[in-house]
Write a protein that binds this ligand. Structure first.
Ligand code: 5GP
Ligand code: ZN
Length: 113
């Protein structure tokens, strides 16, 4: 298995888990870009958003609903937070197993860099 996130999900590499269920996990980002920086990751390996099919619609919806729940648990639901999928090179995707970034706890600039 050469995918970093598949290895974390399998328990072969440690992760700081904030949520786990049958379809996804959520872990703290090892290099946080905000006071709260969590990655919400489906257990199934999907390389990029380009690889999604209609059967994945409910899964993707559940990733966003989990992000909202984690933001609320940490008290950021009203203050605000950002959810981002990076896809391929120009967006800076570095791990090719889709993951929804949840960023909160500081003012976030727009447009992003
Ligand atoms: P991407 O650049 O693909 O959108 O996001 C990959 C994210 O994974 C980065 O924010 C990076 O800090 C994070 N990351 C890379 N390696 C590890 C790791 O071993 N553990 C955790 N928890 N996060 C990682
Ligand atoms: Zn994977």
């Amino acid at each position: 298995m050469d995918c970093l996130f598949c290895r974390i999900i399998a328990g072969q590499i440690p992760g700081n888990f904030v949520h786990q269920d049958e379809t996804m996990v959520a872990i703290k980002d090892v290099n946080p870009q905000a006071p709260l920086h969590v990655l919400i990751i489906p257990r199934r390996h999907i390389a990029t958003l380009n690889d999604l099919s209609v059967e994945d619609d409910a899964l993707v919806g559940s990733l966003f609903r989990r992000a909202a729940a984690i933001a609320k648990e940490h008290g950021y639901d009203e203050r605000g937070y950002r959810t981002v999928f990076n896809t391929n090179g120009e967006a800076g995707q570095s791990v090719f197993h889709i993951h929804l970034h949840l960023l909160a706890g500081r003012g976030l600039e727009w447009p992003p860099g």
